[in-house]
Design a binder for this molecule. Structure first.
Ligand SMILES: Cc1cc2nc3c(=O)[nH]c(=O)nc-3n(C[C@H](O)[C@H](O)[C@H](O)COP(=O)(O)OP(=O)(O)OC[C@H]3O[C@@H](n4cnc5c(N)ncnc54)[C@H](O)[C@@H]3O)c2cc1C
Length: 545
């Protein structure tokens, strides 16, 4: 029987980072992945459309990773293994219905000038809000990088209290609850300033009218200015290969096409896993599962191993809106229309949107089970950053649609498409993509003529690619406040340590949630390698380092 110190279920970014950190610390680790490629949502493909085009099938943008504690710790190793990030000074823009555009740059001066162009005074408003955010950025980013349900979470709270006082802390907490609509509306005069920010809440799994979406908008605004929009040269596969290399060079294993069927528990302690063919892989120190709560508590563990309250809460765990990807291989670079065409061509992420109200309307339609009439089109242009992704002179687009109903389709808000059987058929998938591409063609003049090949990935296809994307929810569960922060995945199991000794839960469904920041994998690796309390106290004695 193969035996390791730690066995990871799934090979997403959190598992790979956790396994790499443990491997560097001398642990023997094994990562088990049911797919035929490692990386989970990082999936780079050279045969998705046409030869010479390198597509990120799923996740594409790495600011959360390059800004993470995991990257800071692994950077030297990743550099040696050839992971090189390329970046831009113009991370994002938005194109509105009248053809005008707005941008966010990577500098304070750039953003003050840009927001002032949109409305006099909005530049000063950007500067004020940025400075106010940065004054407590350690607390804000700390909420998103600390194990909140732990002594570390408590000490973050104490630090906030010492700095801000009772009233200040109340104000700070209130500010984290504000909606994007309320925050952008009271901060900026211009609809364009509101409209360039509002679509970003979709990337946090929220909508602009939900609690905490205003706080997340502030986090993203600051992150865009501070971090730009980095991607790994050559694609996310470079990062995945490097992390796998760290594990295997240390003697660990990353096994593909290996579906974990059961987590084995003896005397209340996780002892390993059983895979599909019946083989047991034993874990002497930890089993780390990067799966949804539904799978963990509903399938991988037996009824008697899960406290009844946890099992009930896991069965109630909600999944969020569904998503769709459209990939286009282009014969030439996209030519944007309008006065800002040149700047738009340089932006890695352009939102084509009617603005704040448009995002709100499309989210609301999706929440009500409808295909939105006028979706927010996330138009990604990776070639603007990394020319190696397409043959010379050609280009590609990574298009994302984040406002689709979770579960059964109830209709089409535009009253055009047939959703009678409530399911994503191939015809419906292509028809909806036709609507999106036609709208994008209003902003990109050569889109139709330049398109060489199109591949569309529906919510159903997404779940087939990664079983953690339940119903096409790319964020591993609704990110509404009652399932986020201290409550992620659920109040009955708020941290990564579970009720089963030696079993840890990581991944997008757990705090700090989705994205490529690898937060949960990092936190668990740190918890597992933390010296015992006595050793930590001894290390603090005079004369010891
Ligand atoms: C289309 C799309 C676009 C996105 N874009 C971005 C982006 O640009 N930037 C960003 O920061 N984030 C993005 N995200 C979100 C981000 O990619 C995810 O939140 C993150 O990658 C999830 O990582 P994870 O560690 O939870 O594992 P996942 O990536 O979900 O991987 C989990 C792995 O576990 C495997 N698995 C599950 N159950 C088992 C089992 N029983 N046995 C064996 N293996 C199992 C699955 O096959 C999968 O490979 C995007 C996500 C999607 C889907």
């Amino acid at each position: 029987m193969a035996t390791f110190d730690a066995v990871f279920v799934g090979s997403g970014i959190n598992s790979l980072v956790g396994a790499a950190l443990l491997a560097r610390d001398g642990w023997s680790v094994c990562v088990l992945e049911r797919n035929d490629v490692a990386g989970g949502c990082i999936r780079t493909s050279s045969d998705l459309t046409l030869p010479g085009f390198t597509h990120e099938v799923l996740a594409s943008w790495h600011p959360l990773f390059t800004g993470s504690a995991a990257y800071a710790e692994l950077k030297d190793d990743l550099d040696l293994r050839g992971v090189e990030y390329v970046n831009t000074d113009l991370p994002t823009g938005a194109v509105f219905a009248d053809g005008s555009a707005a941008f966010i740059t990577d500098s304070l001066e750039g953003n003050v000038a840009e927001f002032d162009r949109l409305a006099p005074g909005d530049g000063a408003a950007w500067e004020r809000q940025f400075n106010a955010f940065m004054a407590n950025a350690d607390l804000s980013f700390g909420m998103l990088s600390t194990e909140l349900w732990s002594a570390a979470g408590l000490s973050l709270g104490r630090k906030a209290f010492r700095r801000l006082g009772r009233r200040g802390l109340l104000e700070f907490t209130g500010n984290t609850l504000v909606s994007c609509r309320d925050w952008v509306s009271e901060t900026f005069e211009s609809e364009a300033a509101r409209g360039v920010l509002a679509p970003w809440v979709l990337h946090t799994g929220l909508g602009p009218d939900q609690a905490t979406s205003g706080f997340m908008t502030q986090v993203i605004g600051a992150a865009l200015q501070l971090g730009g929009m980095p991607v790994p040269a050559g694609g996310g596969v470079r990062l995945v290969d490097a992390l796998v290399g760290i594990v295997t060079d240390a003697g660990g294993e990353v096994r593909l096409e290996t579906h974990v069927q059961r987590i084995l528990v003896a005397n209340g302690r996780a002892t390993g896993v059983r895979i599909e063919d019946g083989e047991v892989v034993a874990a002497t120190r930890a089993v780390v599962a990067s799966v949804t709560p539904t799978q963990l508590y509903g399938n991988l563990l037996g009824d008697s191993e899960v406290p009844a309250g946890v099992a009930k809460a896991a069965a109630r765990f909600r999944y969020g809106r569904a998503e769709m990807q459209i990939h286009l291989a282009l014969d030439e670079p996209p030519r944007w229309k309008g006065a800002d065409a040149e700047r738009l061509a340089l932006c890695p992420v352009v939102h084509v949107t009617p603005g704040l109200d448009g995002v709100s309307r499309a989210v609301n339609e999706a929440e009500r089970g409808l295909l939105p009439a006028e979706a927010t089109i996330v138009c990604g242009q990776p070639v603007a950053l990394d020319p190696s992704r397409a043959p010379t002179g050609k280009s590609l687009l990574w298009i994302q649609l984040q406002e689709l109903p979770a579960g059964r389709l109830k209709g089409d808000a535009a009253g055009e498409l047939d959703t009678a059987d409530g399911k994503w058929t191939e015809e419906l998938r292509e028809a909806y993509a036709d609507r999106i591409v036609a709208r994008l063609g209003d902003s990109i003049q050569n889109l139709g003529a330049a398109t060489l090949k199109r591949v569309v990935i529906s919510p159903v296809d997404l779940e087939n690619l990664n079983m953690n994307l339940v119903g096409g929810d790319i964020y591993g569960g609704s990110c509404a406040l009652d399932q986020n922060l201290l409550w992620r995945p659920m109040a009955e199991a708020p941290a990564h340590e579970t009720a089963v000794a030696g079993l840890w839960h990581i991944g997008a469904s757990t705090h700090p949630g989705p994205g490529l920041g690898a937060g949960s994998g990092y936190l668990v690796a740190k918890a597992l390698t933390r010296p015992p309390v006595a050793q930590r106290l001894l290390a603090k004695l005079p004369g010891r380092s």
